[in-house]
Design a protein around this ligand. Structure first.
Ligand code: PRX
Length: 635
């Protein structure tokens, strides 16, 4: 029997050593014993980080939906696969069994086929957290189409860029979406985006808010009648292990968003195996991850990882503050949630509320708590541990990325002793390294450096859609023969890792990855703006918030500053989405630049963080005089 389910620390070390000494034999055993393959692989792994090229389970054939649905039908057909908890607690929750999921996915798959979608075609999914979202991505996987989910909080501009980048032929959306006491006109956003997307022939619209929307003749159709008419079975397309499963966009520090491409076999094996261990999932547990399926966390740990294990996974449409700040705790009590996985920004927001919101609910079902998306500060960790876990449920602080596909550094609950703010030890098969700025690996413990991964793992992204050079340059050039994460980390005396944050120009705001360049581009399009620079500064709920330094054109100098601030944020909302709005905007006459013209963000970051005691040597700047002016006028 392979070591599919790790149960104690000694076993972790033993399995870890095995996975590192002979990765191919290790992953072969896991893949062989726990998944359904139509054809076995010819080779477990080939890799060359200099190209970079990585293939896992080459030559193998499978369909991931057979693993996530069909194979459970004989033993778990009546078991609930998905619990849908609506935004409004008065609306009844839905329990979708594996049988029902099979029926829904097959119908949706047949609808997509009818619309001409074939293996390899890209399907854009712009849906709120309703069952149709999970069903649509599984339906794509059923027929071998590549899904590209765009988070339904992104603006029409951001949506259009993503649709065009991967040439999506069809968009699946809904009339609107609910978020707390607000509703959002999703279809309107899609209509606007599609003015820029000539390649989209069909739009299928799920009915959610029943708001009045426009349906464009010949292009738009309501989804439900098509599903009702479709056949409830669909033969799965047989895919190669290395066929793309999905594209998911993430922000880079420069330029356009990066469409990370994940493939089928390795992604399935790794997300399923991590899910089982990181959440210590047992049959009949109810698992809830509060992320949106628009992010990688939702792909891997709401849909694929849990369903590949035949788990019951909760999909929550709402927000933690609606109808009040007790909602998360109410849902845990209502569905007797055993594993709960959320983000530090949510924990910090909830920790600010009256403790009664937590205490009014029975949380005794909880066994494991998880955290993801950004470093969890000590205060938030203790609040979570004391008040939600009642010091009985271990917290798994899971570090990973869109690019990594699955959890990389994490405690295993009831196995790895936890330490607040530490993601602790690498997961089985993961070989981290810390590097100095010259590109050498820093050996030993009690050291700090840039976090790289030395050896391939099954769920790593294989490329950036349409731009393999950018994939190589972004991740595999800075540290030869290593994958560079963009994060800094330290390794303490016992070998535990603590992630210290991004070392590039990506800023994590409320767990959302935001690149500075696209935001600056959006601001610079404002007619009154000449130039801008964005940095992050510490924020007690969001982790980081955005601070913008803006140089106005002469024509803008006479304008009212508050109006300009609103317009700039409006501009950002339209180009990217409200998540990228700036908390503070300072108008400046210049930005500190090196003699080669590069903005010294380090100085701007310090000023925005109110830490001007040690700005370093500014005398080599092209324009040292602006530094004092900026400090004097800080907002
Ligand atoms: O900086 C790290 C941070 O989030 C980045 C990845 O963001 P994204 O691709 O959106 O994926 C988020 C969900 C997996 C990382 O480079 N990050 C993620 N988890 C943690 C974290 N930072 C510290 N601790 C974590 N547990």
């Amino acid at each position: 029997m392979s070591n599919y389910h790790i149960k104690h620390l000694e076993e972790y070390f033993q399995v870890y050593r095995k996975s590192v000494r002979n990765p191919e034999a290790f992953w072969e055993e896991i893949a062989e014993e726990h998944f359904l393959w139509r054809k076995k692989w010819d080779k477990v792994l080939s890799w060359d980080f200099s190209k970079p090229e990585v293939t896992w389970f080459e030559g193998a054939q499978l369909n991931i939906t057979e693993n996530c649905i069909d194979r459970h039908l004989a033993t778990r057909g009546e078991k609930t696969a998905i619990i849908f908890e609506p935004n409004n607690p008065e609306e009844e929750a839905q329990h979708i069994s594996y049988y029902q999921l099979h029926d829904k996915v097959c119908r949706m798959a047949n609808v997509l086929k009818e619309k001409g979608i074939q293996k390899g075609d890209r399907v854009c999914v712009y849906l709120p957290m309703i069952p149709e979202l999970a069903v649509t991505i599984l339906a794509c996987a059923r027929i071998g189409a590549i899904h590209s989910v765009v988070f339904a909080g992104f603006s029409s501009n951001a949506l259009a860029t993503r649709i065009n980048d991967s040439d999506c032929k069809i968009v699946i959306t809904s009339d609107g979406s609910y978020r707390g006491n607000k509703s959002i006109d999703l279809k309107g956003i899609v209509d606007k985006a599609l003015e820029e997307c000539p390649g989209v022939a069909h739009v299928l619209v799920a009915k959610r808010t029943k708001s009045t929307i426009e349906m464009k003749n010949g292009r738009d159709e309501w989804l439900q009648p098509l599903l009702d008419a479709a056949y409830g079975d669909c033969v799965p397309e047989i895919m190669d292990a290395e066929d793309p499963l999905f594209i998911l966009y993430t922000s880079g520090s420069t330029g356009r968003p990066k469409g990370m491409v994940h493939t089928t076999g390795g992604y399935m094996v790794y997300t399923a195996y991590t899910f089982k261990n990181v959440f210590q999932y047992r049959e009949n547990d109810v698992y809830w991850c509060t992320a949106d399926i628009g992010w990688i966390t939702g792909h891997s740990y709401i849909v694929y990882g849990p369903l590949a294990n035949g788990a019951t996974t909760v999909m929550f449409e709402g927000v933690p503050s609606y109808p009040d700040f007790g909602r998360f705790w109410e849902v845990i009590e209502k569905h007797k949630v055993n594993q709960f996985y959320t983000a530090p920004t949510a924990i910090r927001a909830l920790a600010k509320q009256n403790l009664e919101f937590v205490e009014n609910h029975d949380l005794s079902s909880l066994k494991v708590l998880g955290s993801v998306g950004e470093p969890i500060n000590e205060e938030a960790w203790h609040w979570y541990n004391n008040n939600v876990g009642k010091k009985k449920s271990p917290i798994v602080d899971t570090w990973w990325q869109t690019e990594t596909g699955g959890i990389m550094i994490t405690p295993i609950p009831y196995v790895t002793p936890t330490t607040p703010t530490y993601a602790t030890l690498p997961f089985i098969g993961i070989q981290p390294a810390l590097m100095d700025e010259e590109g050498h690996e820093i050996m030993g413990n009690q050291v700090e450096g840039r976090l790289c991964i030395k050896f391939p793992w099954p769920s790593m992204a294989r490329t950036i859609w349409g731009d393999h050079d950018r994939y190589r340059d972004t991740y595999f050039t800075a540290y030869k023969n290593n994958y560079f994460t963009g994060d800094g980390a330290l390794r303490d005396a016992v070998g535990y890792y603590r992630i210290t944050g991004r070392v590039d120009d990506v800023i994590i705001v409320s767990g959302h990855n935001l690149g500075t360049a696209p935001i600056e581009d959006a601001i610079n399009e404002h007619p009154a703006v000449a130039e801008s620079a964005i940095v992050g500064f510490p924020h007690d709920v969001k982790g980081n918030a955005l601070y913008g330094y803006v140089i106005l054109k002469e024509t803008g100098e006479t304008r009212d500053r508050d109006n300009l601030r609103n317009e700039i944020n409006q501009q950002i909302t339209e180009h990217i989405g409200p998540i990228a709005k700036l908390d503070k905007i300072q108008f400046v006459s210049g930005l500190p630049k090196t003699r080669s013209g590069k903005i010294m963000r380090r100085i701007l970051r310090k000023i925005a963080s109110n830490d001007v005691s040690n700005l370093g040597d500014t005398s080599t700047l092209l324009n040292p005089e602006v530094v004092q002016e900026i400090i004097d006028n800080v907002v």
